[in-house]
Design a protein around this ligand. Structure first.
Ligand SMILES: [Zn+2]
Length: 45
């Protein structure tokens, strides 16, 4: 699970426990979930 800190914009890859996600860089406690990049292109054969 990837998160982005709202304070320092550091990208953190971690598993949240009890929804407590703390930035290891600045100890900010509110991080945004980074939306997974999903390829939308489908090739029809
Ligand atoms: Zn941070």
């Amino acid at each position: 699970m990837s998160y982005v800190c709202v304070s320092c914009e550091e990208e953190i890859d971690m598993d949240p426990v009890d929804e407590k996600v703390i930035c290891p860089n600045c100890s900010h406690r509110v991080l945004f979930k980074k939306a997974p990049e999903t390829p939308t292109r489908v090739e029809a054969v």
